[in-house]
Design a protein around this ligand. Structure first.
Ligand code: SF4
Length: 144
């Protein structure tokens, strides 16, 4: 049988099977399907509110202003924390890495993030980024 025909038959079979399963109310759908597919990759679902916020989390222009005065905390962290800019442009953008990012955020009190937000030229909502990372890190650790 030609490969193309075989592929079409497989595709058709998968479609029919999916439609029949749905008609019978079987199989995982929605959030359950998402979790079944992505929990192992440490990718939790986001709420509509979180999705809206995510658009504001990427405003960092890597100017480095928020790293002023962070040398002591960086040195004291034994490598867990590389400065606020690194948290805003790297660590907080990959959900599978949020467990490590949460450890880094633990080195910076929210009061410091509040101060840094005031000096940020693009008004990155640093405390909200930190809260999001911590919440998702907890979710991913509870799904292992
Ligand atoms: S001050 Fe704001 S824009 Fe500049 S590096 Fe920090 S988070 Fe990014």
């Amino acid at each position: 049988m030609p490969a193309r025909l075989k592929a079409l038959l497989l595709l058709a079979w998968a479609l029919v099977r999916t439609l029949v399963r749905r008609a019978l109310g079987k199989g995982r759908r929605g959030l359950a399907a998402f979790r079944a597919n992505y929990d192992a990759d440490r990718l939790p679902p986001v709420t509509a509110g979180e999705r809206h916020e995510l658009g504001q989390f990427g405003r960092c222009i890597s100017c480095g202003l928020c790293d002023r005065g962070e040398a002591e905390r960086i040195l004291a962290s034994s490598g867990r924390y590389r400065g606020i800019m690194a948290l805003m442009v790297e660590s907080s953008r990959s959900m599978p890495d949020f467990a490590a990012a949460a450890l880094a955020f633990a080195e910076v009190p929210d009061a410091v993030l509040l101060e840094k937000e005031a000096g940020c030229p693009t008004r990155v909502p640093m405390r909200r980024v930190a809260a999001f990372v911590r919440a998702k890190a907890l979710e991913t650790s509870s799904t292992k």
